[in-house]
Write a protein of this length. Structure first.
Length: 391
């Protein structure tokens, strides 16, 4: 099964909710099965196989004191093992606008959310002690949240929360929000490391990767600071749990890092460009995923509008191998946003949002090369979760 989260909150939205597809013939056949209307802004999905639960963010900013619409939240949906149909279980409010990433620990029964926060500010008029007047700018909080999970997959409640602090270069060179993409923190992922002891949070607003302990305290264990205007966005581990790869959104780079699971410390190996040599346009990479078989890491570019792959050398260095072209982006926020592999790595699916398509590609296990298989129409696709149901 492929579950496709789509966007549907904006007034001109064409999508919204989660569309489901049966996947057959090694990714070459995608058959539409159903649609769950909620959550409406399903920008990130996560499957928990131990309870057969699909978790989804509702990636919005709560609309004031009312609210008149549903709040930013994380939802739990049960998957029918025979039909794949989704049934809503429950939801919990996620403090901090725009929940944008999910991970979970099946044994500890924890669900982790990264809440990006919005870009806009509130202008407060303040008076100094000398009687003069000035303006103070207040921005949304960005958070990493730890939820407890029930045995049936329901979300119990918040057991830990870390409010991020600081800011980066403001204004910066990104076209996002008129150059104010680093005016406040923006947690864009919260990844549990393979040891299960840490949560790594990429904060593109402050050019940092924060390493938190996976406990109700969510205490900061260490941090890795990149140079200004790099914008750490997403992170993925290799199978050993000792190498991590992060997209640097504003620098248009992929970083290779060594990770020490004993201390939670990160060490940079190198940073490489994610685009073809000679490309000179604006580009901001988004998703990063390591091939399930290892040895290859993939990144999607918004601007060059490509899905590129790199060979991981034994020493952790990276060599770009090739890329396929995706649909032209409108801007970094309206572009092909994410992709995901089949569990055996034989094919991958791409949420090509500008074209309202989910595209399927076979993956060469030796070279990593992608070959188009098929595609299907989905309005405003944002994220895809592939789920194997029991026979």
């Amino acid at each position: 099964m492929a579950y496709v989260g789509t966007y549907g909150v904006s007034p001109d939205a064409r999508g919204g909710g989660i569309f489901s597809f049966h996947v057959a013939s090694g990714g070459a056949a995608l058959t539409a099965l159903g649609h769950a209307a909620e959550p409406k802004d399903a920008g990130y999905l996560l499957h928990a196989p131990e309870t057969n639960t699909l978790y989804a963010v509702d990636e919005r900013k709560t609309d004031g004191r009312g609210p008149v619409d549903k709040p930013a939240a994380v939802h739990a949906l049960a998957i029918d093992r025979e039909t794949g149909k989704l049934s809503w279980l429950n939801a919990r409010i996620a403090p901090g606008p725009r929940p944008t990433f999910l991970d979970h620990h099946p044994e500890k029964r924890f669900l982790v959310s990264a809440n990006h926060g919005d870009f806009q500010h509130v202008e407060k008029v303040v008076q100094a002690e000398d009687g003069s007047w000035s303006v103070e700018y207040v921005y949304d909080d960005s958070t990493a949240i730890l939820f407890a999970l029930e045995d049936d997959g329901r979300i119990s409640g918040i057991t830990g929360l870390q409010v991020l602090s600081g800011r980066g270069t403001d204004p910066n060179s990104s076209p996002q929000n008129g150059g104010h993409a680093q005016s406040n923190p923006h947690a864009h992922c919260a990844v549990i490391d393979p040891s299960g002891n840490y949560v790594l949070v990429c904060d593109k607003g402050t050019d940092r990767i924060l390493v938190l302990d996976l406990s109700p305290g969510l205490n900061i264990v260490s941090e890795f600071k990149f140079p200004p205007e790099t914008g750490a966005r997403h992170l993925a581990f290799d199978k050993t749990g000792r190498m991590a790869f992060a997209t640097l959104e504003f620098a248009s780079e992929l970083a290779s890092l060594r990770f020490d699971p004993a201390t939670g410390e990160l060490e940079l190996v190198e940073r490489v460009s994610t685009v073809t040599a000679g490309y000179r346009g604006t580009n901001e990479p988004a998703e990063v995923r390591v091939h399930p078989g290892g040895g290859l890491v993939y990144v999607n570019n918004r601007g060059e509008d490509s899905l590129a792959w790199f060979r991981i050398e034994p020493d952790g260095h990276l060599t770009r191998q090739g890329a396929v072209t995706l649909s032209p982006s409108v801007h970094p926020g309206l572009a092909a946003r994410s992709f995901t592999f089949a569990s055996d790595g034989s094919f991958l699916l791409v949420a090509d949002r500008p074209a309202d398509l989910v595209r399927s590609y076979s993956v060469n296990p030796d070279t990593g090369a992608l070959t188009w298989l098929t595609q299907t129409s989905v309005p405003d696709p944002a994220f895809i979760a592939l789920v194997e149901l029991d026979d």
